[in-house]
Design a protein around this ligand. Structure first.
Ligand SMILES: O=C(CO)[C@@H](O)[C@H](O)COP(=O)(O)O
Length: 223
């Protein structure tokens, strides 16, 4: 199975987002990754509802919305209203994670949980069957263009083993420092959704980079 590519528009050209979204529409990307940062959960502020609504206006692909915010429950309805298709909340930001996940699903969105680099995957054991996606942060969240944390491979393998038992259809998304050099190793470890910001939008040919990420050694993957 080919991986799902979810380019992160955090690295897109904010002065001309329309052009980048139209490029993604034509590309082999299946999702558009939207990073929402509140300046509290992470030390950076990105964008909010009006920008997401504008993106949705042009996007022909589902929006994969990653909430790096405290108290995400307060805003779930608004994110749905502006066009989120997948909503991922952080484990570290949710006291009542089960309740939050049910609320996301009741809105008709797919539900994901993100884990910071220090958070062990075993903490998701009792909720894994309820999830559509787990996002393994492979950098500390907050910024694009950071160095991939090598320990992430072990976490992906552990999550994949848990998913085989409890939720074989789980989307295992990796986010942070993903590029054409490490993507094959990430897929072999068990990831099936690749988020890439800098690798795509910093490339001289973003559509080609997306195709490269998507078509990396399919023989090895099916073997
Ligand atoms: O969530 C985040 C950052 O917090 C990511 O989605 C980044 O946007 C990925 O950027 P690259 O590391 O691929 O440049």
């Amino acid at each position: 199975m080919k991986p799902i590519i979810s380019p992160s528009i955090l690295s897109a050209n904010f002065a001309n987002l329309e052009e980048d979204i139209l490029m993604l529409n034509k590309s082999e990307a299946e999702l558009i990754h939207v990073d929402v940062m509140d300046g509290q959960f992470v030390p950076n502020i990105s964008f909010g509802f009006p920008v997401i609504a504008a993106v949705k206006n042009f996007a022909k692909k589902p929006l994969d919305v990653h909430l790096m915010i405290v108290e995400p429950d307060r805003y779930l309805k608004e994110f749905k209203a502006v066009g989120a298709d997948i909503i991922t909340v952080h484990y570290e930001a949710c006291t009542h994670l089960h309740r939050t996940i049910q609320a996301v699903k009741e809105l008709g969105c797919k539900a994901g949980v993100a884990l910071n680099p220090h958070t062990p995957v075993v903490l998701l054991k009792d909720i894994l069957a309820d999830l559509d996606m787990v996002l393994i942060m492979t950098v500390n969240p907050g910024f694009g263009g950071q160095k991939f944390i090598e320990h992430s491979y072990q976490k992906i393998r552990e999550l994949k083993a848990m998913a085989n038992e409890l939720n074989p259809d789980l989307m295992i998304e990796v986010d942070g420092g993903v590029n054409t050099h490490n993507s094959l190793a990430l897929l072999k470890a068990g990831a099936n959704v690749l988020v890439a910001g800098n690798a795509v939008f910093g490339s001289s040919n973003p559509m080609h980079t997306i195709a490269e990420l998507r078509n990396i050694s399919p023989d090895i993957l099916s073997a």
